[in-house]
Design a protein around this ligand. Sequence first.
Ligand SMILES: Cc1ncc(C[n+]2csc(CCOP(=O)(O)OP(=O)(O)O)c2C)c(N)n1
Ligand code: SF4
Length: 340
Amino acid sequence: MSTDALPVLKPTDFASDQDVRWCPGCGDYAILAQMKKVLPSLGVPREKIVFISGIGCSSRFPYYMNTYGMHSIHGRAPAVASGLKTVRPDLQVWVITGDGDGLSIGGNHLMHAIRRNMDLNIILFNNRIYGLTKGQYSPTSLLGAKTKSSPMGAIDNPLNPLSIVVGAEGTFVARTIDTNLKHMGKVMERAAAHSGTSFIEVYQNCHVFNDGAWNYAKERDEKEDNVLELEHGKPMIFGKNRDKGIRLNGLEPEVVELGKGISEDDLLFHDERATEPSLAYLLTRMRHQDGFPEPIGVFRAVESPQYDDLINRQIEQAIGTQGPGDLEKLFHSGDTWTVS
Ligand SMILES: Cc1ncc(C[n+]2csc(CCOP(=O)(O)OP(=O)(O)O)c2C)c(N)n1
Ligand code: SF4
């Protein structure tokens, strides 16, 4: 057995030799920088890490990482990643996608990857626009959004990525913001440590085609009133003066003011480990309207069987009972036809 210790890696060890081609000031830079900062602490060798993306500005990510990677097919990164993780369970596989790549053309693939709960880490860069193709509205663009492809205002009801993920039984569901670096790093670490599919939505600014989409969650004088930082086991308190909270009224959440007969004990307490996904779903439904804050942090973190484990166990079992397979024999087994 080798007693050689693994070399201690630095963030710069994860930087590739490629020039970064994002617009100066794009939120993608912060996500890239944070990823390079987090990876050394995970202790996984670079040659065991793979980034797989679809198509979009966000999907250029694998070029900039000094790991294995693949800039794959539009919307199909979850399928490529699923294949890889099945045959190489020893690899740490990250999927990088955007709101267009992951929720338009790739919506179907994303949903099935999540329900299978393979050990993948998916990051969706949500800028509420198609950046690469220069500003068409995306599935997360707001109603009324005026873009190149919706000059009179979008009339499609926007999708809520995390509601879809919880609906597909996602076992690790989280949200963070491109300007909140410390928070983003912690969420990435938690996602990497999770066994099963982890899904992170990052509020990412495309300052060229949709500037300021998330300002309400970022600006110094607004964010505390508009963002609720989730902490497991803690009451849901927010606001500049930490004097507002979320209480359940029947099945409906409501914003209440602390004091005036309402104490912390009356509030909803966060339980990311609840096996029943209703609480997580309710949190994903909170939007920046009617005085509600939008939650960030880990919405849900539960254990569930993983497809990659189960399929490899089935393969071992089949080999155990029937011996190793023969592809040639399989192709020529059963009914065959001669086309003349
Ligand atoms: C099959 C196919 N359809 C459409 C396109 C055009 N296209 C390229 S990227 C993209 C959307 C990217 O949006 P998003 O995933 O939000 O990424 P961003 O550029 O905003 O990071 C589209 C529609 C394509 N390249 N291939
Ligand atoms: S177009 Fe938008 S998302 Fe794409 S690199 Fe530029 S700022 Fe970033």
